[in-house]
Ligand binder design. Structure first.
Ligand SMILES: [Zn+2]
Length: 401
């Protein structure tokens, strides 16, 4: 089970009114369909633990809400005929990811499917208002396609910085030059749908946890290196660790070096100031615009300066990974972004080797997705997890005839 399905775990417990039970059952089935895509009635019955007649009623409700459609009953194997239930393909979240060098916008459907995407390169710093206007223009273009009756449930924004989850206020996004910006509120006003924002690395973790390498991991730690620094997060016992203010997982600010470089957070010797993508690009003489070739160039380089830097980076990463293994005892560590290139060809046992031995038992070290859609899928999870938590509340008032 992954963080995205955490609501399903609590669904089986607890009583409440008939209305509560109905809502929980709607959530449960929609959650499985989001996670796995199309499923037969028989599979939904098995996965949800509900009885067949209840599953039939719940599917009827989901069809009435326009969230799923159901095909004719088919026989598969020795079982009785069972119809296939498919999540609605036109129900989408708008996903927005402003980065230092570009704005990424997408329409994302159930099951993390990116149906439309656009990338607008930037030249220099951008304001929140410019990002909001550009995103609204891109979305207007995408949804003008009248062949598809898009039903937009909301918008999710992945921000390289610290974001207050309750209202999507960007507390600080140093690399974008933003501070105390009501990004979600402005985006919501411009797009005309509810909008939420969260830290980009935490959303990349949600995407990995729901659909990627961390899909079946209940105890997972994620570290991702990007253009704007290093972030990450933890899934503990199937739940995403948010922290009191939603800022848990700032692994980039783990202290790694005495007398280290000054970090924008005010401290010295933080992981993300001692290990950076731009330093790797510089030692390889690779322009930022060609950062996509970083992994390949690292692999073929025989420059001793490059080897020495990689050696230093691996030593620091080993210390960071050992720290999180000792703290969280994860079953899975996912290392993504440019950090995946840093550990390319390294024995995973070597990366976790400084943590306590009993915590290393069964520990998997995996490479994260480098898919450009990762952050769009993660941003959309903000919207879909809310929809799945209360489908009838969110869709009841906006249901189309
Ligand atoms: Zn720092």
């Amino acid at each position: 089970m992954s963080a995205i399905t955490q609501s399903q775990r609590s669904l089986r417990a607890g009583g409440g009114t008939a209305e509560d039970i109905r809502d929980r059952n709607l959530s449960s089935l929609l959650g499985w369909l989001h996670r796995d895509g199309a499923l037969s009635r028989a599979e939904l019955t098995r996965l949800s633990g509900l009885n067949r007649s209840t599953v039939g009623v719940v599917i009827g409700d989901l069809v009435a809400l326009g969230l799923v459609s159901e095909g004719p009953a088919v026989v598969s194997g020795a079982g009785r005929p069972s119809s296939v239930v498919v999540p609605d393909a036109a129900t989408v979240a708008i996903a927005v990811n402003p980065e230092v060098d570009a704005l990424n916008v997408g329409l994302v459907g159930f099951s993390g499917r990116v149906l439309r995407r656009a990338r607008i390169p930037w030249n220099g710093p951008v304001t929140v208002d410019e990002v909001v206007q550009a995103a609204a223009a891109v979305v207007a273009g995408m949804t003008s396609d009248t062949d598809v009756p898009w039903r937009i449930v909301g918008a999710g924004i992945a921000v390289p910085g610290q974001v207050r989850l309750s209202d999507g206020l960007v507390r600080e996004a140093t690399h974008l030059g933003w501070s105390e910006e009501p990004l979600a509120a402005k985006m919501s006003a411009a797009l005309g749908v509810p909008a939420q924002a969260a830290n980009a690395a935490a959303l990349a973790l949600r995407a990995e946890s729901a659909f990627g390498a961390g899909r079946d991991a209940d105890d997972l730690f994620y570290i991702i290196g990007g253009a704007s620094g290093i972030g990450g997060g933890a899934v503990i016992g199937g739940r995403l660790a948010l922290g009191a203010n939603g800022h848990a997982g700032e692994v980039g600010h783990i202290f790694v070096a005495d007398n280290g470089r000054l970090c924008h957070c005010g401290a010295r010797g933080c992981f993300e100031t001692e290990v950076s993508r731009d330093e790797l690009l510089a030692v390889l003489d690779l322009p930022v615009a060609q950062a996509d070739f970083l992994a390949e160039r690292l692999r073929v380089s025989d420059d001793p300066e490059v080897a020495a830097l990689l050696d230093r980076y691996r030593g620091i990463l080993r210390r960071v990974v050992s720290t999180v293994v000792n703290l969280f005892n994860p079953s899975t560590i996912i290392i993504g972004g440019f950090l995946a290139s840093v550990i390319d060809g390294v024995d995973p046992a070597d990366i976790v080797g400084e943590s306590i031995r009993s915590a290393q038992e069964g520990l998997r070290v995996l490479t994260g997705s480098t898919d450009v859609d990762l952050l769009l899928v993660g941003a959309a999870e903000l919207v879909f997890s809310e929809l799945i938590a209360s489908p009838s509340v969110l869709m009841g008032g906006t249901q189309q005839p």
